[in-house]
Design a protein around this ligand. Sequence first.
Ligand SMILES: [Zn+2]
Length: 199
Amino acid sequence: MAHDHDHDHEHEDEAGHEHEEDAQAAAEAEARRRLALAQIRQYGDAALRLQAHEVTEFDDDLRRLVERMIALMHDAQGIGLAATQVGVLRRLFVFEPDEEGPRAIVNPVVVERGEETATEEEGCLSLQGVRVPVERATRVVLEGKDPNGDDLRVELEPYGARIVQHELDHLDGVLIIDRTDDEHRKEALATLRPRVVLR
Ligand SMILES: [Zn+2]
């Protein structure tokens, strides 16, 4: 899931001064973001539409994958990333809803879903330039495993609940354009359509 600007926890320079060092740091961050996005499958890639399989081996390969996904999520300035987005058809995702740091959930299953829903705009690291309103439950309880194979249970309130529902969708080949209304879907598809290059 792409960074939600309404919940931006990065600090803006209050005084509005653009120091040279800040500008350089921003340019470096932007270069890292572009590099990360180039490694994340983009709309049109078949992997984004496939069903991911249950993880059975909790080994070093899995833990390396989790580390790589967390690094990519950070570099891409996202708040969630599913394995299918890096072309790996295994049921796991990483996410970071707050300052407590990144978390990974393997074989996640929703065991409780609140009845209350909310509609908010979502972005996706695989759908550049698209933000569409999506209705989600405001509370979910997930069970799964951590990367070592130990049981995990997490209760999530609106912001985190939205992220994990988005990432869970990725594991079933579902994208935000499938969850929005017809008008926004049409607009999004126009943005995503490869542009005709005129020479
Ligand atoms: Zn996404």
